[in-house]
Design a protein around this ligand. Structure first.
Ligand code: IMP
Ligand code: ZN
Length: 353
């Protein structure tokens, strides 16, 4: 099934727009600042990796039928009940297919191309974005350093004005893994590799962010900018909000359920909010665009960065995310072209260049 045929909110918003308005969105200079590498692998690339591994006698796939089922689910457009469903898709399907360096290199190259090359969805289309900050959690494939170097080798094929890497750490990590990843990010930056920031991601119901704060401060002191997933679920602990905000991050991912006090702090510090509308709608962390926290930040003219999060899982594009701003209600927020251009400029201003 083609992506356009899937009845997803961003597709519906984009296809409701006239051709000139779609062109307006596509031609706006914009930065994609919240994209997870393994969540953004083009489906065709993942299917190719599967076919090659399935045909290989030297590296057979573990749990072949589980992977096949996962791929079929991704192709149909994964139906998620909530954010928890999302976290089960990664380990058994995606990571099983990107478990060696050649596969990581191919997947990274395909992700970069999907965002930065022209003509990806239609021959006349400009690139999805002018600039991409891709993020990924270093896996032992076979070592964390080799994993990150393979990713960086691909990122650095593009100009520094086009692409950079954010190293993610996962909330479920043990302290020694957290320290190893942060140290690695710092060392790679010092070696002149294009690492610009550090992210905290992963299942929001796991981990204690007070224990993460010292490592985050260490990364910041070494010149890495911080972007932290925060308050993605209603029951997100206020102690985690306090611990993460104490590091004074430059940007926050989602920030869906921040309480008014935390929102005040965010506004005081002009912390950029990375807004992923499709992700929030499809994970049911928001009921509608009307109820979405983007409204609060738009009302206060606060910096935001519209992003896709996981294009493989949500089957979205950056143009589709911007269409959710421009399309008339109920498909979109009904912003004017000038307002949408301002939001796109905000994303360019929020880059960790
Ligand atoms: P990776 O870091 O390149 O392996 O990208 C996939 C990982 O990103 C997944 O294992 C998730 O833990 C994480 N991830 C992707 N999207 C989100 C999100 O919206 N919230 C928290 N974590 C996420
Ligand atoms: Zn995310």
């Amino acid at each position: 099934m083609s992506v356009a045929a899937l009845q997803l909110p961003a597709n519906l918003a984009l296809s409701s727009l006239s051709a000139p308005r779609q062109d307006f969105i596509r031609s706006l200079p914009k930065a994609e600042l919240h994209a997870h590498l393994n969540g953004c692998i083009p489906l065709r690339c993942l299917q190719e990796l599967y076919r090659e591994r399935a045909a290989s006698s030297t590296s057979p796939l573990p749990e072949d039928d589980v992977i096949k089922k996962g791929l079929d689910l991704l192709e149909r457009g994964a139906m998620l009940n909530d954010i928890n469903d999302f976290f089960v898709i990664f380990p058994k399907t995606i990571y099983a297919l990107t478990s060696n360096i050649p596969a990581i290199s191919r997947a990274t190259s395909a992700v970069l191309e999907s965002f930065l090359s022209p003509g990806v969805t239609a021959p006349e289309d400009p690139p999805q974005c002018a600039y991409l900050e891709l993020r990924t959690t270093p896996r032992r494939t076979p070592t964390r350093r080799e994993y990150l170097c393979a990713v960086l080798d691909e990122v650095e094929k593009y100009a520094a004005s086009q692409a950079a890497l954010i190293v993610s750490v996962d909330r479920r990590m043990a302290m020694e893994d957290l320290d190893e990843c942060v140290d690695l990010a710092i060392v790679l930056k010092q070696e002149g590799r294009r690492v610009v920031g550090l992210d905290v991601c992963g299942d929001p119901s796991q981990g204690d962010m007070a224990t993460f704060a010292p490592a985050l401060n260490r990364a910041k002191a070494s010149g890495l900018a911080l972007t932290l997933h925060i308050a993605e679920i209603p029951e997100y602990p206020t102690s985690d909000v306090a611990a993460l905000l104490s590091t004074r991050p430059a940007r926050l991912g989602h920030a869906t359920f921040l309480d008014p006090e935390a929102q005040e702090l965010v506004r005081r510090d002009k912390t950029v909010i990375e807004i992923c509308l499709s992700s929030n709608l499809l994970c049911n962390s928001t009921t509608s665009l009307d109820a979405h926290h983007i409204q609060y930040y738009l009302e206060h003219d606060h910096p935001i960065a519209i992003s896709t999060d996981d294009t493989l899982v949500f089957r979205n594009t950056l143009a589709g995310e911007y269409a959710l701003l421009l399309a008339q209600p109920p498909l979109g927020l009904g912003l004017s072209e000038a307002e949408v251009a301002r939001v796109a400029a905000m994303s360019m201003d929020a880059r960790f260049l």
